[in-house]
Design a protein around this ligand. Sequence first.
Ligand SMILES: CC(C)(COP(=O)(O)OP(=O)(O)OC[C@H]1O[C@@H](n2cnc3c(N)ncnc32)[C@H](O)[C@@H]1OP(=O)(O)O)[C@@H](O)C(=O)NCCC(=O)NCCS
Length: 175
Amino acid sequence: MIIKTFEISYLHDTKDALKSAFYHENSNDVFNEWEFAEKLLKSDGYLKELCVIALDGEKVVGYNALTKAKIGNSSGLALGPLGVRKEYQNKGIGSALVEECIKRAEKFGFSWIALLGGDYYLRFGFESGKKYGITISENEFDNEHLQILFLDKSDKISGKLVYCDAFYDCEGNLL
Ligand SMILES: CC(C)(COP(=O)(O)OP(=O)(O)OC[C@H]1O[C@@H](n2cnc3c(N)ncnc32)[C@H](O)[C@@H]1OP(=O)(O)O)[C@@H](O)C(=O)NCCC(=O)NCCS
């Protein structure tokens, strides 16, 4: 298994890998992670070097992206979608994708990475956004799941997290 920067020639297989990771009975065409990943690639938040895939031979088995985000005047990154093909899960691929993205974010000098997610991310050092007074919406459920990893420990900002435009509908609501 190797990890490399996403290239457009892998789009079809990447969407297939994300569908394998995320598909469930209630998945729909309005929002799903595999179409959303394609939308992100065309967004103003896309950063080529921070979008990675895991390959088994030439088969895409996992995907992770960091896109531009803001908390007040501070520029940082948002993590996701992260997905690993069902039959490849629990083999360390998700961890390798997250760790590679963290390493690259540090290299490019970003001071934080935020995400909406569960306990999986605690192992990488993510902490509750609540602890630092960081919110994302009026929705408490979203705020409860907001996590942040400070890469620059001296820059612990607070405020409202704003993703790039692709994460919002035309009325400004989070997708
Ligand atoms: C979450 C996901 C990316 C993890 O990738 P992975 O390659 O299977 O994970 P790893 O092999 O690196 O790590 C496996 C460990 O994570 C744990 N884990 C997996 N999913 C988890 C979750 N949703 N919450 C908490 N822990 C989780 C496993 O129990 C295992 O724990 P262990 O190390 O104590 O045995 C993958 O399961 C996936 O694609 N899930 C569906 C899509 C998804 O939920 N994406 C994240 C959206 S926030």
